[in-house]
Write a protein that binds this ligand. Structure first.
Ligand code: PMP
Ligand code: GLN
Length: 380
């Protein structure tokens, strides 16, 4: 058996969700909203199941969805994409990530990764034969500098895997940050695999910038998106990959043998949803921002040091001021003794982990957030 997977522990999200179920804890660990998602989009899926096509759709995705993705990004990001040559539909962002790494990386190629990193990245990079080179980001700002990139990039760099907005940090990198990273990609002739699944979940009037628009990156960016995050339907697993035709052609070869296709009815519903007017997207952001502010204020009232969150469903608290030095032990105690599940941020580091941050998902109704806050009384 391959040790990369055989020796892997179960993902922290699954472990924490199971523990939350077993202990009856309020689950603010794994990132999923407790709202049902937009009714019209769910009805479009139901309608497509009943009256639409239920056999294999085209391998690259339903034409209506590929077109909808191109139109959506033209409107929201100002990027022009040819739906037939530059857009492919995958079974979630996870498949897109796996396929991109399988298709791009040859054994020995170096891949620049930013810690904290989404837990799927490292095993997929290693299984593709890639050699990770880490950039270590730290709270409270989680910023990277030219010197940090200069340490990580080398003549062997083949790709960088970049998540923006960054889960779990809740940071949204600016066009200037992207331009800095772009300079390194261009200089080292590296491909940027950009996990932009949180692109619509940004707050305080910020706008997400896609790496596709960074200087020199149009031909070397693989942009990955997910309907799961855009519509708060995380179980749907409909992802999109946008890349220049020469790259997409190769990614399609991986996709054809990973999943080949994605359920056509969900694709049809996502195609419908991507065309929703701006009010939907601003409304979603406003609702989540209100939940963030409500939860952050409740935590602060109870003595927690809340770190800023400009995007994603997540915010972090700094547990160092509480005298805590082990985020895993803290989360264990939180779930078993106080009935609230959270995620220790050290789970997002492969080496030199930060042990002082704990991630909470705030994409929940007020009653759930208030219930959790009540249970956190007296912890800090
Ligand atoms: N990348 C990041 C950064 C994520 O947070 C998630 C899920 N929350 C994914 C990828 C997976 O997306 P999907 O469910 O579409 O596979
Ligand atoms: N992306 C979600 C999170 O960060 C979890 C996804 C999963 O459970 N694999 O919480």
């Amino acid at each position: 058996m391959n040790p990369i997977f055989a020796d892997l522990p179960t993902t922290v999200f699954e472990v924490m969700s199971r523990l939350a179920r077993e202990t009856g804890a309020i689950n603010l660990g794994q990132g999923f909203p407790d709202s049902p998602g937009p009714e019209d989009v769910r009805r479009a899926a139901a309608e497509a199941v009943m009256t639409g096509w239920n056999q294999y759709p085209p391998m690259m995705g339903m034409p209506e969805l590929r077109q909808a993705v191109a139109t959506h990004y033209a409107h929201h990001q100002g990027v022009t994409l040819d739906p037939e040559r530059e857009v492919m539909i995958t079974s979630g962002a996870t498949e897109a990530l796996a396929g991109a790494l399988m298709a791009i990386i040859e054994p020995g190629d170096e891949v620049v990764l930013f810690q904290p990193l989404y837990d799927a990245y490292l095993p997929l990079v290693l299984r593709a034969g890639g050699v990770p080179r880490f950039v270590r980001l730290q709270p409270p700002h989680w910023r990277f500098t030219e010197a940090m990139l200069a340490e990580a990039f080398s003549p062997k760099t083949k790709a960088v895997l970049f998540n923006n907005p960054l889960n779990p940090a809740g940071v949204v990198y600016s066009a200037e940050d992207l331009a800095l990273l772009a300079r390194f990609c261009v200089r080292h002739d590296a491909v940027a695999i950009c996990d932009e699944v949180w692109e619509h979940v940004v707050f305080d009037g910020l706008r997400h910038s896609t790496m596709l628009n960074a200087p020199g990156m149009r031909e070397r960016t693989i942009k990955i998106g997910s309907a799961g995050k855009i519509f708060s339907l995380t179980g749907w697993k409909v992802g999109f990959v946008c890349a220049a035709p020469e790259i997409l052609r190769v990614l399609a070869k991986a996709h054809q043998f990973l999943t080949f296709t994605t359920p056509p009815n969900l694709q049809a519903a996502v195609a419908y949803g991507l065309g929703k007017d701006d009010a939907y997207f601003t409304g979603m952001r406003a609702d989540l921002q209100r939940s963030r502010d409500h939860f952050a204020a409740g935590l602060a009232e109870r003595g927690f040091a809340v770190l800023p969150s400009a995007g994603t469903y997540f915010l972090n608290v700094d547990i160092a001021p509480l005298g805590e030095t082990d985020d895993v032990a803290f989360c264990e105690r939180l779930v078993r003794q106080h009935g609230v599940a959270a995620i220790p941020v050290s789970a997002f580091y492969a080496q030199d982990a930060i042990r002082s941050a704990v991630r909470f998902c705030f994409a929940k109704g007020d009653a759930v957030l208030d219930g959790a806050l009540g249970r956190l009384d007296g912890v800090a």
